[in-house]
Structure formats: C-alpha cells, structure tokens
Design a protein around this ligand. Structure first.
Ligand SMILES: NC(=O)c1ccc[n+]([C@@H]2O[C@H](COP(=O)([O-])OP(=O)(O)OC[C@H]3O[C@@H](n4cnc5c(N)ncnc54)[C@H](O)[C@@H]3O)[C@@H](O)[C@H]2O)c1
Length: 361
C-alpha cells in the first residue's frame, strides 16, 4: 500500500476550504500537513479552523521544511505559474486552481519545469469529472448519436459591483481576464474536451457595465475540426443566472442546464418526437452511477495518477487546450479577425498576455 501523501495548501482564502474538503474525502490517501499564505493571522486562523498542523507565510520555507508530495494552489490567478514552478522544482505535484496561468508563455514555463522535475501539474476543471460528463464522453466516442453539428455554450452569471471590491479582481495584471477566463472557463473546457480539436474562433468582448479593466461579457463563434459550429457567451451581467450547454448530434440533443455544478438529473437527452431515435434516447439518458462534478473526484483521479507516477488528467496538452482557446478568443475579440488554432506563436503578443498588450474598449 502507498502511504498517505503529505500535502500543503498555498492561498488560504475564500475557496481554499473546498480543497481541504476534497483532501478530507480522501483522508486515507492524503493528509494536509501545512498551509502558506501572505497574511500571518489569516493563515494561522485557517490552519486552526481546518486542523492543519503548520502555518507559514514563506512558501519557500514551507516547501523546504514540509517537503510536500502534493501542493494545492488556491491563490488568485497571477502567482499560479510562478508558484507551480516553485513547487515542481521542490519535488511536489501540483493541483492548481483555474486559470492555471496567465498566458501560453507561462504554460510553457510550467511544462519545462515538469520536464526537469518529473512531477506534474493538474489544473482544476471539476466539470469534466461528474458521472454525466464522463458518460457523455464515452457515448461521443462510440458515435452512436451521429456526428455533432451544433453547440451552444453559455455561462450567464451575475457578479455585482461589490464582487469587484476584492482588489485582485477586475484587472488584467491580477485577475488576468474577465468572465472568459475566470468564469466561462469551466463550461468552455467541458465543451472543448467533449468535442475535440477546434479549428477557428471569431469573437467580440467588451466592458459594458462594471467599473473594471477586463471584459464583463464576451461572445464567440467556434468551428471544430469535425465541422461542428458553436456559439459561446461568457457574462457576469446576467441577473437570472444560468449555465447552459447544448450539443446537437444527428440523432439527439444533449443539454445540461445548471449553475455551479451538476448531478445526472440536470442532463437531458432528446430526439425528434415520435422518431425511432426516441427508444435509444432512453438508453443514452440512463447513467448508471450519479457522481456530481466536484473537486473530490478530480483529486481522487490525481492521486491515482500519483500512485502510478503518470501524467494526471487536465495537465499537459489537456490543460493547454483551453488556455490556447481563451488566448485565441481574446485575440479574435481585440483584433476583429478570425483566429486559427495553433496560430499564436511566441512572436505574438497574445502568447505573452491574454489582452495582447491592448485595452478593452
Ligand atoms: N474551481 C472553482 O470552481 C473556483 C471557484 C472560485 C474560485 N476559484 C479560484 O480559486 C482561486 C482563489 O480564489 P479565492 O476567491 O479563494 O481568492 P481569495 O482572495 O479569497 O484568497 C486568495 C488567498 O491567497 C493568498 N495569496 C495571494 N497571493 C499569494 C502568494 N503569492 N502566496 C501565498 N498566498 C497568496 C491570499 O492572501 C489569500 O489568502 C482563484 O484562482 C479562483 O479563480 C475556483
């Protein structure tokens, strides 16, 4: 039996308890031995509340003394990349909150650190891990429902002015992007993971109603290599909030209508009324287990990868796909030109920053 891994957490803020909860759900496999943050009082209080033995304000000191096998990174987005590299170089695996990093350039630095350390970073993308998404992914592989043709991917959330009082939010330097990167990333990642390689994106983005530097809405048209076309909306301006993904295949429509996560019950399969496909729809809709999308399931999968010493899910090319798509969406919005997958190379300003050095209008 593999002894429990020693984990540490960096960034003891609002979302960190979700990571502690995920670790506690796998208590026989991982223990949280330390936490590190910038504010001594905050990190001490966090450790006391969550029964974590050691509190640090210096990440390097924590890594040297605790020597964690695994680090949960729960800081705001800007330091994700530097901390990931630091943890890898200290010999730890990393489970990093989204977005993994601020640019494709930073992604490539993380990839280089993975290569030299032999450790891996997985970025949180819990929407891929619920039983309904896993079931749909398997069904898509069998092509039973026919070819995918039309997609709708809408993250229609509401974040008021008060949400942007947190100093790191709303700025390119610290939040890195608006709802395209920070909120819509979950559903867009699911969409791209299900549908495979995308070919082209066209987009608009703007800051319509919040006193922020980054966009508060973006819209995009996407075409996949398999021909499927889709539209995408990412908004923090939508009073009735909804997260909606709809995939039309030749024989069936698959939809999930929810907000911050899902169980099987939120997924609906339909066919043309009274058509022979309706019999198959009953079978496609039948998902044996019901596991909600959660950090716990993704962490369990990561621990499996650590046991096998192999690259975890949502890392490497599986993590780069969504970052490249988002960089391309921003480039398409800022330039007004379609952007092809693979066209953002190191000589492109959008390789180095999501805004490509420009300001939102
Ligand atoms: N996966 C999801 O569903 C989901 C949901 C919400 C937030 N998030 C992500 O979680 C992350 C944290 O968000 P939050 O709302 O908890 O932020 P927060 O501001 O509440 O907490 C961030 C914490 O990190 C600390 N910190 C900042 N820089 C640091 C550094 N360099 N070293 C050590 N500690 C540092 C802060 O002091 C604070 O304790 C963000 O990346 C966000 O996108 C993910």
């Amino acid at each position: 039996m593999i002894p429990p891994y020693r984990a540490a957490l960096i960034g003891p803020g609002a979302f960190a308890p979700t990571h502690v909860k995920a670790a506690r759900a796998a208590a026989d496999r991982v223990t949280v031995a330390a936490a590190a943050g910038l504010d001594a009082e905050q990190v001490r209080a966090f450790c006391a509340q969550h029964d974590i033995p050691a509190a640090y304000t210096d990440t390097a000191e924590m890594l040297a003394e605790v020597k964690p096998d695994l680090v949960f990174i729960c800081t705001p987005p800007a330091p994700h990349s530097e901390l990931s590299v630091q943890c890898l170089d200290a010999g730890a695996w990393v489970f990093c909150e989204k977005p993994l990093c601020a640019s494709l350039a930073e992604f490539d630095q993380i990839a280089a650190a993975e290569a030299r350390s032999g450790r891996y970073v997985s970025t949180v993308s819990q929407w891929r891990f619920g039983s309904a998404a896993q079931h749909l992914k398997r069904l898509i592989t069998t092509q039973e429902m026919g070819h995918p043709l039309v997609g709708v991917c809408q993250t229609l959330w509401y974040r008021g002015v008060d949400y942007y009082q947190v100093p790191w939010r709303g700025h390119w330097a610290t939040e890195i992007g608006g709802p395209t990167l920070g909120h819509g990333i979950h559903l867009m990642d699911l969409f791209l993971w299900l549908m495979g390689d995308w070919r082209e994106v066209r987009a608009m983005a703007g800051t319509l109603d919040r006193p922020i530097e980054v966009e508060d809405v973006s819209m995009a048209l996407i075409q996949f290599e398999n021909g499927m076309m889709g539209n995408i909306t990412n908004s923090v301006l939508s009073p009735r909030q909804e997260t909606y993904l709809r995939l039309d295949f030749q024989r069936a429509t698959v939809e999930v209508k929810t907000l911050y996560g899902y169980t099987n019950a939120e997924w609906q399969y339909s066919a043309v009324e009274n058509s022979p496909d309706t019999a198959d729809v009953k079978r496609w809709q039948n998902i044996e287990t019901d596991r909600p999308s959660s950090h716990s399931i993704q962490l369990a999968a990561m621990l499996d990868s650590m046991d096998r010493n192999e690259r975890p899910l949502v890392s490497g090319v599986e993590a780069r796909r969504i970052l490249e798509f988002i960089a391309s969406l921003y480039k398409a919005a800022f330039t007004g030109q379609p952007v092809l997958r693979g066209s953002i190379t190191p000589d492109d300003p959008f390789y180095h920053a999501m805004h490509g050095g420009r300001s939102m209008i």
